[in-house]
Write a protein of this length. Sequence first.
Length: 120
Amino acid sequence: MSYDPSNIFAKILRGEIPCKKVYEDDFALAFNDIHPQAPTHILVIPKGPYTTYDDFIASADDAEIAGFQRALAKTINDANVVADGYRLISNNGVNAHQEVPHYHVHILAGRPLGVLVEKA
Ligand code: AMP
């Protein structure tokens, strides 16, 4: 899939629509999900134009990949979710029901999060 610069997270990165920012640095932006599925539900996105995890790893340079991972870890630590546990989810492509075609990681925490996936 080629990158669509009109996707909603690209608009957030360009400041065209607002977000509830949690953290930002040169490599990543973290903000609260607009439809939270848990008491803590934060999205972390790289600043570059990547559609999916595989696209990010194939196309980003090492500094971007490391910077994104550091930003994700900082966001987790700052959210105070480590002691009770948290789940990271990244939906990639059609079968995963990816809605927004800009690579992102969900941080979910604050309650028991149930089974990993629905039964088929
Ligand atoms: P995914 O299915 O992994 O692509 O999830 C996309 C997520 O983006 C969903 O959890 C949405 O609630 C969230 N979302 C969509 N638009 C916004 C927005 N403007 N601000 C914050 N979160 C959003």
